[in-house]
Ligand binder design. Sequence first.
Ligand code: ADQ
Length: 500
Amino acid sequence: MRKKGRLIVVSNRLPVTLSYEDGKWRGKPASGGLVSALNPVLKNRGGFWAGWPGTGKGAGLSHIREILGPLSEESGYRLLPVMLTEVDVEAFYHGFSNSVLWPLFHDLQSRCVFSPAFWEGYLKSNGKFARVVAKHAGENDFVWVNDYQLIPLGEMLKKRRSGLRSSFFLHIPFPSVDVFMKMPWRKEILSQMTHYSFMCFQTGRDRRNFLDCLRVFFPDTAVSGRGHILRVKVEDRSFFLGSLPISIDFQAYSSLGSSRSVVSRAKTIREEVPGKQFVLGVDRLDYSKGIPEKLRGFQRCLERFPDLREMISLHQIVVPSRESVDQYQALKEEIELLISRINGRYSTTRWVPVNWHYGSVSREELAAIYRAADIALVTSLKDGMNLVCKEYCACKGKEPGVLILSEFAGAALQLAKGAVLVNPYDTDGVAEAIYRAFSMAEKEKRDRMRFLRKSIARQNVFWWVDNFLRAAAGKKLEEFPEQAIPSLWPGIITQAGKEK
Ligand code: ADQ
């Protein structure tokens, strides 16, 4: 038996991006908030990251082995694939995860498709994750499960390996009782959430909603303690319950934003953008991000405040996501239509009010755009946290900038003092907030930005990881010892669910 515990991270997707080029599958490490937060946690500590490699058709196990081997060496931890069939992906990922849990937990229940087949597929795929993790985890290892796709995993792991402790972080919001009640599998999901030794949410609001739901379905729920971490007892189970806002590597973004190349690129962007000031939107293509609401607010601003015409423009970056899903295609079309209406109505020979870019942008280019933007506009209808607003403040450096932030983003609870808060459904309110940001005195802008940066720097992503590990495992990161990368290939699970 292994004496020293290792860290095992599980998420729906492995932190790799695979592509099919010249008749061959290739892979590279993925970037993003969770990856950069967890890389130092896993690196050279003998642990592994388990997840679906995200391949569609055609990439067999041998290809995956070939790709993940060298990537694991590069990352300093083993990448352990959980292979899913196309049928699994349909019911588990597109189905239950993204057509039930995602819309419901974002308060958009009218978008839910409550299909029993999705629920069955969700359990089946979670079972595949459980088999892979249980096979490779040691008794003293610490399993950190991430996000809504994997809620049942903790209980499934316990059934396979009674001594294995696992903790869970929910990256998306948790809804109020009224909304949660709509889900046919509400009691099952809730019960599964009580099988982790530490269950953690982004905000106190999500945690409160979860406790309210628990009390409805498990009236014997007992809660003790106060502050960030509570102790909860439900039936024969007892676990810790927390809320810790995820964040970014503030220092890395701040240095990048102040680097010579980014500052110079930001200057060029400023010169290229028409108008005196520019408003920036950066969102994944998703209905929860409130992009149409943002466009309506911007249009209303031009309507109500004619002095802003030719003085302000909106630059909207949308990163493609779930493109194969009809609802997302429809959203893209709605955005295109709104933009062309605004531009058709207000453009002049010197000025186009809205520019938009549909596609991914490099980290450096994104930092330059953040740095150049006078105003960042985040209008999520609901958001677990929202990292874009934190990245904007980090990249802005000492430059004045205004953050307009949706009240319904988790980040609003932390950044309320420095940001201008808006209700994205209130078109006039959004329009007024833009006008206010445009006309704000330089001193107020600087004071607000200073406050925002201080708050994000203090509770950065390392603070988040550290507090999570402390609450979940009673350990600091340094207490997970350095170990070599484990060899895993003998025990891989194939798409058909058999060991090979
Ligand atoms: P997301 O819904 O993906 O995350 P968010 O937190 O805003 O939302 O993160 C988006 C990330 O994508 C940012 O790091 C941003 O820089 C990047 N990005 C956006 N547009 C891009 C582009 N065009 N090119 C390249 N990168 C781009 C989920 C939850 C959030 C929660 C996070 C972390 O929905 O609420 O904050 O997880 O827990």
